[in-house]
Design a protein around this ligand. Structure first.
Ligand code: FES
Ligand code: FES
Length: 434
């Protein structure tokens, strides 16, 4: 079977009903197209077929014979494309797993509508889920790319103000610029990061007792007024876009691990424990994209965040979260824009749980199977998010997860402010009720 992929003629000798996704990834080695659900729901496998975004997981290879297929590898041959430039300028990706599909879909949208409205952006991009919650930045990047196409914005290599504003090393300063005790930029451009772990360890201790003093039972007995209420939360699934998989090659003389992970040292330690191999014989290869979603962390930092949400409630009770303002104290900021991106993602992640997340069990079996019955927040539902950091000189405390727990109470409080109705049960809109 003859295929045209990224402008090149390719041949596939295999079953006609093989999903295009497997042909791209396994036969042609184009790993930029990602598998998420396999049933046409998550959008992470989207490629352009004859210029239109299509799911590679549900497209048979014989259906695309004679058509043009463009994957992210082909699109990336034009790094000057406004979408790519805008993605870089807005520092959009987090784990990056969904972004091959996001970028291709954004380029398709701008090809059709060079000046899209926000609603058009949301509608076009909503079919691609992002579990890291990079929606606010995707929206900004598409707006920026549209301006670039219209000649109103120029390429800016980085919108990360704090990093762009780094002062150059002064003359005679042999060490270069010392950003803080942990990060140093040498005069030759080498960046040295002093840190005892490479993973982005983040931990929230919400729910643990920070202080335990006094006698609660006696205080309640003596209180003039006691308020009692039952708060209910369902079982939740982490619902990662990227399957939780890993390849390990275990040999007598060592072990190589290939995994999307953000806890490389943890993976190395675990492998050492299992194999008895010394550290220098265990190598962890981190994949270029993926490994995010907070699923593969160790909880070794503490941070705190508070949030306020603004919602609109329509007459029939339909709820929309319009805006979230987040204030976080996470110690010294090393990369303020990346920290803000992490908090944005944490808020979107927590919003999926607050609005929809619910695992149900029947005879001990989980009833949900994928994103079609465990819906996530999409571009269409993503609120505007403002993140403010407390100016702090304490050691870095981690970001991301601290954005997750406060969003459900923030939304519930906003609903109370708008309607006078207290919500004490999550999710606010279970799938069957939405
Ligand atoms: S993998 Fe194709 S839509 Fe999810
Ligand atoms: S950046 Fe979208 S899934 Fe991670």
């Amino acid at each position: 079977m003859r295929l045209n992929v990224n402008g090149e003629e390719r041949t596939f000798r295999g079953a006609a009903d093989t999903p295009l996704l497997w042909v791209l990834r396994d036969t042609l080695g184009l790993k930029g197209t990602k598998y998420g659900c396999g049933v046409g729901v998550c959008g992470s496998c989207i490629v352009l077929i004859d210029g239109e975004p299509r799911h590679a997981c549900t497209s048979r290879v014989d259906e695309v014979s004679g058509k043009s297929v463009v994957t992210i590898e082909g699109f990336a041959r034009k790094p000057e494309h406004p979408v790519i430039q805008a993605w870089i300028a807005e520092q959009v990706p987090q784990c990056g797993y969904c972004h091959p599909a996001q970028v291709l879909t954004a380029a398709w949208l701008l090809g059709r509508h060079p000046h899209p409205s926000d609603a058009e952006i949301d509608n076009a991009l909503s079919p691609v889920l992002c579990r890291c919650g990079s929606y606010p930045r995707i929206r900004r990047a598409v707006r920026r790319a549209a301006e670039m196409l219209a000649g109103k914005a120029r390429h800016s290599p980085c919108s990360t103000a704090a990093l762009c504003a780094l002062p150059a090393a002064g003359p005679g300063d042999a060490e270069g610029y010392v950003f803080n005790p942990w990060v140093r930029i040498a005069r030759d451009g080498t960046i040295t990061v002093v840190i005892d772990r490479s993973e982005m360890g983040q931990g929230a201790i919400t729910g643990l007792a920070a202080r335990d003093e006094g006698d609660v039972a006696r205080a309640l007995k003596q209180a003039s007024h006691v308020v009692e209420a039952l708060y209910e939360t369902p079982y939740l699934a982490h619902a990662t876009m990227e399957p939780m998989n890993c390849i390990a090659e275990v040999r007598d003389d060592g072990c190589d691990i290939w995994a999307g992970t953000q806890a490389q040292e943890g993976a190395q330690r675990r492998t050492m424990d299992l194999t008895g191999l010394p550290r220098e014989r265990v190598r962890v290869h981190t994949t270029y994209l993926g490994g995010g979603f907070g699923r593969r962390l160790e909880s070794d930092f503490v941070a705190e965040a508070v949030q306020v949400a603004e919602v609109s409630v329509a007459e029939k009770g339909a709820l929309r979260v319009e805006r979230v303002v987040c204030a976080a104290d996470c110690g010294t900021l090393i990369n303020p824009d990346a920290a803000a991106a992490q908090m944005e993602g944490g808020i979107i992640f927590g919003l999926s749980a607050a609005l929809h997340g619910r695992i149900t069990l029947h005879h001990g079996a989980v009833m949900q199977s994928s994103f079609e019955d465990y819906p996530l927040v999409t571009m269409r539902d993503a609120p505007e998010i403002e993140v403010h950091f407390v100016n702090s000189r304490h050691a870095p405390g981690g970001v991301g997860e601290p954005g997750v727990p406060p969003i459900a109470p923030a939304v519930a409080n906003a609903v109370f402010a708008a309607t006078g109705r207290r919500i004490r049960r999550l999710p606010l809109f279970a799938p069957a009720e939405s």
